[in-house]
Write a protein that binds this ligand. Structure first.
Ligand code: M6R
Length: 623
């Protein structure tokens, strides 16, 4: 088949074997994974020696309508898929699952099979017809050929995986083997849910959290066979493999909207709890900071002479804030770099460099490839991550988990805040080990962090007036964000939220940079959101006010975020949002909240799908 080839890159996958109706379990799981991709969805079950499939382009609700009219037969084995495509049109034919020539084996897939064309040419010569443009369909044909030759589905999957290049999670069922689901994992996420008399597969635990909180994380190049009563894991060559069991410490309510219109809004309001949870258990009996999962020896930390932070999107902005805190508290030089750029500039690294990879999902391909490069250069890698069992912490030397709970909205909110907390803790821990701050100074900052949850609550109490501001700006065509120092990354993050949710032109600038070009953008009525630093001994506050005066003098409408009691800002603010008094380095934790609320509300008013913005997916597993 010619034309553009359709790859499925980040997608959500579900598998089930057990006594429940497989279609229902799979659809419920897909609903919780839909944030991973929403270009099409599909399900397959095995019944009466045959495959039964339904699939539709568009959101999961399209598939649900089809199934409501024509349900698949009751079956105890099923697989499903929700997709984010990287090339070509998302249509019914390209939706997963895909079946082999004889419609005996069905497969769902996340990732890219790089040598699919060569493999397809090989079997097209044997009169195999392909119904889609996907790379996935080849896997269905190849696995089916293997089971037709007499081996079982597990062995068939092994043999085929040995031939595949690229990154993939594959999950397959065989119509002649109604008791088993088989999956393979290389460079693409997959976890197993362990039930009683039933077992589950999911791209992440949200897929099965309704049924079990006991899970297995799979390693690289592993094959898992699920039956009702057993889970067997081997490598691609059939050798028994080691897996790590874990307990999921959040429950179903965390994966539901709880009366909010959007997951994002719910997650914004969860931030006081998320920050508090990320701080729990960080002090030992001796009062010293301890980071349990931090597997770096004190000696290694003392020897560090450079820290490089790599991340993408919102996580990158968390890294920018971290630079201010780490350098100030530890006097260790910090570079912050976009993960997608990192390895292409041939960075200078050695064993005295600590690379910190920040990733909410733990699966971002750019970040994953960057840490692999760093480890090849002998750098130590520490992950800051929210997802247990994901690839980035697994491939790092050390990890700090962020305890935000599941973040379902595609736009990151509580993920960002808890990343900031983890970065502050890391900075303080390094300061403690290197002795660059006295113990009482560290205690004071930790106490300030512990006060943040109630300060975030006080910002959230202003939600209604922030929604009012969003209403006032529904017609805006462009919005600017200004900040300085740690407020500069906040401005960038505020602009990113507006771009991804409201599809508006939005730019964040360091306020001092305005006069070097961007001020030319300012015209009558342009909304400019300004993150005003707290008043302090330095000149930051005064300089920020000068920047605000400059844009206002040219007709901008200024919306200023400034701390309680800051009277100096009042003459220059067309609108004022008050922030609690916090030290300048911690201000991002409270200053970002109004910007999240503003973007969420503006996008809602514009009629956009806030949780699933166009063209995006939650975890970006392609480079
Ligand atoms: O899972 P990660 O933190 O690695 O994801 C990085 C970015 O893709 C992510 O922050 C993205 O920018 C969000 N959509 C922002 O809201």
């Amino acid at each position: 088949m010619g034309g553009t080839v359709e790859f499925c890159a980040m997608c959500g996958i579900v598998g089930y074997v057990g006594p429940q109706r497989a279609q229902d379990v799979v659809i419920d799981g897909l609903r919780r994974l839909e944030y991973r991709g929403y270009d099409s969805a599909g399900v397959a079950v095995v019944h009466d020696d045959a495959l039964w499939m339904a699939k539709r382009a568009g959101k999961l609700e399209n598939l649900e309508k089809v199934l409501a009219e024509e349900p698949l037969p009751a079956a105890g084995v099923g697989i499903g898929h929700t997709r984010w495509a990287t090339h070509g049109p998302p249509n019914d034919a390209n939706a997963h699952p895909h079946a082999g020539e004889a419609r005996r084996v069905a497969v769902v897939h996340n990732g890219i099979i790089e040598n699919f064309a060569e493999l397809r040419d090989r079997i097209e010569a044997d009169d195999h017809a392909f119904l889609s443009d996907t790379d996935t369909e080849i896997a269905a044909h190849l696995i089916e050929l293997q089971v037709q030759s007499g081996v079982d589905l597990t062995e068939a999957m092994r043999r085929v995986c040995q031939q595949l290049d690229g990154a993939f999670t594959l999950v397959a069922v065989d119509a002649h083997d109604p008791e088993r689901v088989v999956a393979a994992r290389r460079n693409s996420p997959l976890v197993v849910g362990l039930g009683e008399g039933e077992n589950f597969l999911g791209s992440d635990v949200a897929a099965f959290i309704e049924h079990t909180r006991e899970a297995l994380e799979l390693g690289q190049d592993q094959i898992v066979t699920l039956t009702r009563d057993a889970v067997q894991v081997t490598d691609f060559w059939g050798r028994a493999a080691e897996v790590t069991r874990f307990h999921v410490d959040w429950d179903l309510s965390a994966a539901e909207k709880d009366g909010h219109d959007w997951f994002m809004r719910k997650e914004i309001f969860e931030q006081p709890r998320a920050v508090a949870d990320s701080l729990i258990g960080r002090r030992g009996a001796d009062g010293l900071l301890q980071l349990d999962e931090m597997r770096l020896a004190d000696e290694e930390i003392r020897e560090l002479d450079k820290i490089i932070i790599i991340a993408c999107g919102t996580s990158f902005y968390a890294g920018m804030v971290a630079k201010y805190a780490i350098e100030h508290w530890t006097r260790t030089p910090v570079e912050v770099e976009l993960a997608s750029e990192f390895r292409y500039r041939d960075p200078i690294l050695d064993s005295t460099t600590l690379v910190v990879a920040i990733s909410q999902s733990g699966e971002t391909a750019d970040t994953l490839q960057a840490i692999r490069h760093a480890r090849e250069q002998r750098a130590r890698v520490l992950a800051i991550c929210n997802t247990n069992g994901s690839s980035i912490p697994r491939e790092s030397d050390a990890v700090i988990y962020t305890h935000a709970g599941p973040e379902i909205g595609v736009a990151s909110t509580k993920g960002f805040l808890t990343q900031l907390v983890a970065c502050y803790l890391l900075a303080l821990y390094v300061a403690q080990v290197k002795g660059t701050r006295y113990g009482d100074e560290i205690d004071e900052i930790v106490a300030q962090l512990e006060a943040i949850p109630s300060q975030i609550e006080s910002v959230l109490e202003q939600a209604e007036s922030i929604y009012g501001l969003a209403r006032d700006h529904v017609g805006a065509r462009s919005v600017l964000f200004l900040g300085r120092h740690a407020g500069y990354p906040v401005a960038l993050e505020g602009a990113l939220k507006l771009k991804e949710l409201a599809y508006l032109h939005a730019e964040g600038f360091a306020a001092g940079e305005l006069k070097h070009g961007p001020i030319a953008l300012v015209e009558q009525g342009l909304p400019v959101l300004c993150v005003v630093p707290p008043r302090g001994r330095d000149q930051l506050h005064g300089k920020m006010i000068s920047g605000i005066q400059e844009v206002r003098a040219r007709g901008a409408r200024t919306i200023c975020l400034a701390e309680e009691g800051d009277a100096a800002i009042e003459p220059y603010a067309d609108e004022l949002i008050r922030l609690p008094k916090v030290p300048v380095l911690l201000q991002p934790l409270v200053a970002i909240i109004p910007l999240q609320l503003f973007a969420c509300e503006l996008a809602t008013l514009l009629g956009h799908d806030v949780d699933q913005p166009r063209n995006l997916a939650k975890s970006v597993t392609v480079e």
